[in-house]
Ligand binder design. Structure first.
Ligand SMILES: Cc1cc2nc3c(=O)[nH]c(=O)nc-3n(C[C@H](O)[C@H](O)[C@H](O)COP(=O)(O)OP(=O)(O)OC[C@H]3O[C@@H](n4cnc5c(N)ncnc54)[C@H](O)[C@@H]3O)c2cc1C
Length: 651
């Protein structure tokens, strides 16, 4: 893009962001491996008074410096580049690898089982705790705005287990009280509703059109949007070919039995083995424009498009084209749990302004009370975490950030050893520390590299948990008048870099006040799934992950500014003037991989699933994380922590 276009987009403007070159922090004159930029063998950096990661902007999530040690380990380059490990002399009852909700919950359950004096060390490679459940803070025109950098809300396709619900209640979260905090009618009262952005490269014209059946994104108040009136408006305005419009009407208004002579189960078996994209093209015979229109709809759930989502799952989501099949409403074999409607689960929903970072903060408060001052749900929202207290020798529980576990092994054979030794990279050094037990609550694909003594079959199962690569981008804007003028609070953009763009959910809680007037600053949340349509899901995730790891912040920023200018420009939005700050939460290892009837035959045929093999305990080492349930939700992170701790504390 040329210099003048860059100026129009505001690339030259000083906004709140850090400057990185190709994703690596610039250290003048340094000749160090990227993970060594910390260059410090104490935890002095986290103790500094200005160490406050939630307020950092720019590239967050898997931020520069957080993944290089693990990648060097994967590439076989790590051990040659570091000196002899240094013994910290520390000894714990439990070491937890991974400071996400699963790791924090594991520490919590371990204390409940063993007692509050239990000495626990939690290691995490990031500069903040919470794993995917990250808090983003912004100050824009004197307004304080909270955003979620990952895990958005308490929600799950199936009801929370008694264990997970129990922890949520123990933390003081009253899920049914959510309606007290959210202003569900705000956007609708301002005449705003979900829209679709058609781009000229894909659809021949640039246009924002009402969304006749919104799905995905952060919407929950728009159930009535599929009305005939909206469809009429959509068909009149959408830059789709006449054939595509006729096909859409046909799909909805003239239901057809595409599989005559088959029973409902036989039809479902066929639908489980064909993608929704193929079903639309080859079975329903619709125009390609419709496939392009629906392509990115499943991004918020699976991080892939309809080319990699089974038609049976599309039926579960209520997408068009299935009415004529007259399927039995019971879930079919091989359906993804996300696609099985469940009313009880739908009602169990709570969104904090910083997403489930509030859960992580409440857990840390339980484990180390000095870190998150206060005692109630209402005071946790605005409580400023004191990072200097996270890794304090006076506390029985310690959280050590910027520390990547690089080796976990029993001292002796797994069946008889009394201790586990954990080595971790921090700054330019490697340290060792010991514990009676370890819980690996980190991403499963990492485990074969750090715990070599595991059986080969288990390592293969762990490696198959290819996480879903995602971007959760937060853009702090000075006002949202352009959204109001364009009468939308939520845009689905099927062919753009970010496919979902939403104004923040209007939640006020614990002294935190959301933006209510379009003149006030707000956070615009943008979501991207990095995928390569047409390939098997795991392959799409692998390619997308490489794309996200290799992209630099500047190129992402340019795409963000360009997209917002194109979508919102007709409403008066000027990216150079209106953007105050950008935080890209990059998650190349995002959602846990969920089994898919198109690519995972065991999911259709039954038998032991890879996650059951992957999570088997090994001597004094147990394995948690939402990967252990192949289910990308907070309740699973909690369930798996509870199971893992049970395995090492029983008997
Ligand atoms: C963008 C996004 C949005 C989501 N939204 C929702 C939502 O709305 N609701 C919901 O229920 N779920 C959501 N999820 C799913 C989310 O993953 C789970 O809810 C839950 O937060 C996962 O917790 P976890 O502890 O299992 O894993 P994680 O949060 O991934 O934590 C694991 C931690 O281990 C660390 N780690 C990895 N390797 C090492 C190592 N070698 N040494 C030290 N540390 C290591 C990782 O860096 C990470 O910090 C979302 C996920 C993403 C990515």
């Amino acid at each position: 893009m040329g210099g003048s276009q860059d100026r129009d987009l505001g690339m030259h403007r000083k906004i709140t962001r850090r400057d990185f070159i190709n994703g690596v922090a610039v250290t003048a004159g340094a000749a160090m491996m990227p993970w060594q930029v910390l260059g410090d063998d104490s935890n002095a950096s986290e103790k500094a008074h200005n160490f406050y990661p939630p307020a950092l902007t720019g590239m967050r999530g898997s931020h520069p410096g957080s993944f290089d040690a693990a990648h060097a380990l994967r590439d076989g380059a790590f051990w040659d580049s570091v000196g002899k490990p240094e013994d910290t002399g520390e000894s714990y009852d439990l070491i937890v690898v991974g400071g996400g909700i699963s790791g924090l919950a594991a520490a919590h359950y371990y204390r409940k089982a063993v007692g509050e004096k239990a000495r626990i060390l939690i290691l995490d490679n990031h500069d903040d705790f919470g794993g995917h459940a990250k808090r983003n803070e912004f100050r824009t025109n004197n307004a304080f705005r909270l955003g979620f950098g990952g895990t958005f809300s308490i929600e799950s396709p199936a009801p929370y287990s008694a264990v997970a619900k129990g922890l949520i209640e123990e933390l003081g979260i009253d899920v049914p009280s959510y309606s007290k905090y959210v202003d569900k009618k705000l956007y609708r009262s301002l005449g705003m509703r979900p829209k679709i952005f058609f781009d000229k490269e894909t659809f021949g014209a640039e246009k924002l059109v009402v969304n006749p059946h919104p799905r995905g994104g952060n919407e929950s108040e728009d159930a009535d949007a599929a009305s005939a009136e909206l469809m009429k408006q959509f068909l009149a305005e959408a830059p789709l070919t006449d054939q595509a419009k006729r096909d859409l009407q046909r799909l909805i208004e003239e239901p057809k039995n595409y599989y005559p002579g088959l029973t409902s189960d036989e039809k479902k078996a066929k639908l489980a083995r064909i993608s929704y994209a193929k079903y639309l093209q080859e079975v329903a015979g619709v125009h390609d424009d419709l496939v392009k229109l629906y392509q990115a709809l499943p991004h918020p759930l699976f991080g892939v498009g309809i080319d990699a989502v089974a038609a049976q799952d599309a039926w579960g989501f209520g997408l068009p084209g299935f009415d004529g099949l007259k399927l039995d409403p019971a879930p079919g074999k091989g359906m993804n749990r996300d696609a099985i409607p469940n009313e009880e689960a739908e009602e169990y929903f709570f969104h904090f302004p910083d997403g489930n970072a509030t859960i992580a903060r409440l857990l840390v408060r339980r484990l180390i009370p000095d870190v998150v001052p206060g005692s109630s749900l209402s005071d946790v929202i605005l409580s400023k975490a004191n990072y200097a207290k996270l890794d304090d020798s006076a506390s029985p529980v310690r959280v050590r950030l910027n520390s990547t576990a690089v080796r976990v092994k029993h001292l002796g054979d797994a069946a008889n050893a009394k201790e586990v030794e954990v080595s971790y990279a921090r700054g330019d050094k490697v340290y060792t520390t010991k514990a009676k037990n370890a819980v690996l609550a980190c991403w499963h694909v990492v485990i074969p590299y750090i715990c070599e003594e595991l059986p080969e079959l288990q390592k293969a199962a762990l490696s198959s948990a290819q996480k879903v690569p995602l971007l959760y981008t937060n853009v702090a804007v000075k006002n949202w008048t352009a959204f109001q003028k364009l009468a939308t609070n939520s845009v689905y953009a099927p062919s753009m870099y970010h496919t979902f763009v939403n104004l923040d959910l209007p939640v006020s809680i614990g002294g935190y006040e959301c933006a209510r007037s379009p003149e006030e600053p707000i956070i615009v949340h943008m979501m991207k799934a990095a995928c390569r349509p047409g390939r098997p899901a795991r392959e799409q995730h692998r390619i997308g992950r490489m794309e996200l790891f290799s992209a630099d912040f500047e190129s992402m920023e340019r795409k963000i500014r360009d997209q917002l200018a194109r979508m919102l420009g007709p409403g008066g939005f000027d990216p150079a003037r209106d953007i105050a700050a950008i935080t890209v939460n990059r998650w190349p290892h995002g959602y846990a991989y969920e089994y898919n009837s198109l690519f995972d035959s065991f999911w259709l045929e039954g038998g032991e699933t890879p996650c059951e093999v992957a999570r088997k305990p090994h001597g004094r080492i147990a394995i948690a994380n939402s990967d252990a349930g192949a289910y990308a939700y907070t309740d699973e992170a909690i369930n798996q922590a509870w199971r893992a701790v049970g395995e090492i504390t029983k008997g």
